[in-house]
Design a protein around this ligand. Structure first.
Ligand SMILES: [Zn+2]
Length: 363
């Protein structure tokens, strides 16, 4: 499949680029919404599309068990199965959450775990993940990666980095001319030297882009920024970069500032579930009594389908009735609004403007 990545502009370390896969161009930085089991929480793919979100990520380890790789393949692949014509990124999934045969067991061939349906022991290897992902027909695949705990000691992380490099080589050997693009996953926890070793090994292989892995255990935004920055400095500038599982607004801004092209986050639906609406003033807790008779839309400056139709008072009423439509509509607004903020950030980068002001009420 044709995969083309073109840098368009730099503003300090932030950057704007265009990613073309097949015939579809995608302007970056761009938000990627996690749809691990083929849906973004309780939103239909069409509702996500209405928010002009262009990319979804799915979890291969979930799909291979339910509904099964063969089912998705036989029904035309991920795009047709979900009725989604945007970008689809297949992730192997975090195998640390699987019922592993041995915890924290580093092995060069792969990971042994118990099948949730049959209880049988299954072996997940870099090669089986590529085979399964290829059958699902995504646009981009991520390699199976050895992710040690962020707080693991240096020696353990060093061993994990060596295994990760071996897994990268095994994965790339499975590619054929028809394979989707494959991204390598850099590891090394918070150790600059190990991050360097990891990318030096991966850069010798022909990956279409890189994920900066092992960041989701970090619960401190400053530490996240430090590790992201030192990792980005090591990456080749001409390849696409992705970060998964962004968990705070500060991390999102850090990703944008550090020139990450594909930013995966479930923040909009996470906020929606708690009845929080994203606005120019920050997050509004819509369930509060002060919105009970408020005729305004969630955000005055928003033209999303939710803001064009519903008042804060109506959405507050739905939240109060514990009706699932309330969080669902607020999530749709949040998707639209955050996507729009990222589009504004892209525009700012193209005009050499700082992006911090766009997010000042969020961090
Ligand atoms: Zn809106």
């Amino acid at each position: 499949m044709k995969f083309d990545f073109k840098l368009q502009h730099h503003a300090e370390t932030a950057r704007a680029a265009q990613l073309t896969i097949g015939r579809q161009p995608l302007e970056t930085p761009s938000l990627i919404m996690p749809a691990p089991a083929l849906t973004v929480h309780d939103l239909a793919p069409a509702e996500v599309k209405r928010s002009q979100i262009k990319g979804l990520s799915i979890d291969e380890s979930i799909i291979s068990q339910n509904p099964g790789t063969e089912t998705v393949r036989d029904l035309g692949g991920l795009h047709r199965f979900m009725a989604w014509d945007g970008l689809v990124i297949a992730k192997p999934g975090d195998f640390r959450h699987l019922p592993l045969v041995k915890k924290n067991h580093l092995t060069k061939d792969g990971v042994r775990f118990h099948d949730v349906k049959t209880g049988a022991v299954r072996l997940m290897t870099p090669q089986t993940v590529i085979e399964s992902q290829t059958e699902l027909q995504p646009d981009i695949m991520l390699m199976l990666s050895q992710t040690p705990s962020y707080y693991a000691p240096y020696d353990y992380v060093e061993k994990a980095v060596a295994i990760n490099s071996a897994w990268a080589a095994a994965a790339i050997q499975k590619l054929t001319a028809d394979s989707p693009a494959l991204f390598g996953v850099m590891q090394g926890a918070g150790f600059a030297q190990l991050r360097k070793q990891s990318i030096e090994a991966l850069a010798k292989m022909d990956f279409s882009g890189y994920v900066i892995g092992g960041l989701s255990d970090i619960d401190n935004d400053k530490e996240f920024d430090r590790v992201l920055k030192l990792s980005v400095d090591l990456l080749p500038a001409d390849k696409a970069r992705m970060v998964v599982d962004i968990q705070s607004s500060a991390q999102l801004v850090s990703a944008l500032k550090n020139g990450i092209d594909l930013i995966e986050t479930s923040l909009p639906t996470h906020w929606g579930r708690y009845g929080k609406a994203l606005t120019a003033q920050g997050l509004l807790p819509i369930k509060k009594a002060r919105f009970a008779a408020d005729p305004q839309p969630l955000a005055e400056d928003c033209h999303c389908p939710v803001c064009e139709q519903y008042s804060r008072a109506y959405l507050r009423h739905l939240l109060h009735m514990d009706n699932s439509v309330g969080p669902r509509l607020i999530s749709q607004h949040n998707l639209w609004y955050l996507r729009q903020l990222v589009s504004q950030a892209r525009l700012a980068i193209m005009h050499d403007q700082p992006i911090t002001a766009i997010f000042e009420n969020l961090i």
